[in-house]
Design a protein around this ligand. Sequence first.
Ligand code: NAG
Ligand code: NAG
Length: 338
Amino acid sequence: MDLLFLIFAICTGPVLLGSSSRVRLVGGPHHCEGRVEVEQEGQWGTVCDDGWDIKDVAVVCQELGCGVANGTPSGVSYKPLAEKEQKIFMQEVKCNGMEATLFHCERAEDVFDCSHNEDAGALCEKNVRLAGGPGRCKGRVEVKHQGQWGTVCNAGWNLSAAKVVCQELGCGRAIQTRRCCNKATQGQGTIWLTQVSCSGKEVSLWDCPSGHWGKNNCTHEEDTWVECEDPFDLRLVGGDIRCSGRLEVLHEGIWGSVCDDGWGKKEDQVVCKQLGCGESLSPSVKARRSFGPGVGRIWLDDVHCSGKEQSLEQCQHRFWGYHNCNHKEDVAVICSEQ
Ligand SMILES: *[C@@H]1O[C@H](CO)[C@@H](O)[C@H](O)[C@H]1NC(C)=O
Ligand SMILES: *[C@@H]1O[C@H](CO)[C@@H](O)[C@H](O)[C@H]1NC(C)=O
């Protein structure tokens, strides 16, 4: 009787799609790609890539609720790099691919010989998308489970959940979310989730509690629609190469500059990353000035990023066009790539 009750409780309680996991992927474009970090005693450390292969990545992908394993990139390709002081927790990991977590895989007893140059990375398939809309940042919320894309029922869903999706997809802020869809725009496949409840602070939709996969009484008329702002369109001008120059941002069809009040390393980093230009080289003031002042609009001022953002859009800033600057204060950025 007790056992039956236990099974009943396990099967009917809310599920956390993946937050109990003690592995995460950092620095990538979404939560299913990046440098591998594992948690031990409240600290996050990296994994050494000695013998790291696709089976090991498969376990990570599975553990995170991501799709299939697509690659074993070096952890060093994800910026910002691991801090020097950050610990390396695992070496010579050897999974057979069926383990429930990376912690169940064989590994060396200690980390005996490894540096952050050998950090392991993982590339798994993304498992959230906005479908059937104009562009990748507006559309019907779809999640992938057991290899199939399906929809999310609007019951229990709110703007906080939309915010998590927008951030996870590297889009801008969540503008609105609603129940959608007429016959022409609704989803076709399984309705995978309902009662998804996010506080808005989660890194991924997978960290929000929800009902069980595929268990609901929803119809496709209750599919969920989300609209995020598009990420800012950025360019670097005045230099010889794509990845160095004065920063300009497109708004209302007009390119304008960004004022350097409060601008620093973290903001540099977000720009380089968003443009696919590697890391910021943290140039001197003189080097920055070499691109000359801009002309025309000054669109942004007092930009503040935490450094974790995927795009400048997710950082705080004043209203478009509000500033107390002149063009001598235009931001310029120099990144490591060409
Ligand atoms: C959305 O719902 C969650 C709980 O389900 C709650 O924590 C959050 O504050 C809500 N957000 C909004 C914008 O109402
Ligand atoms: C679906 O509806 C049936 C009949 O009303 C009910 O018994 C069942 O609990 C519902 N299932 C869910 C997951 O809400």
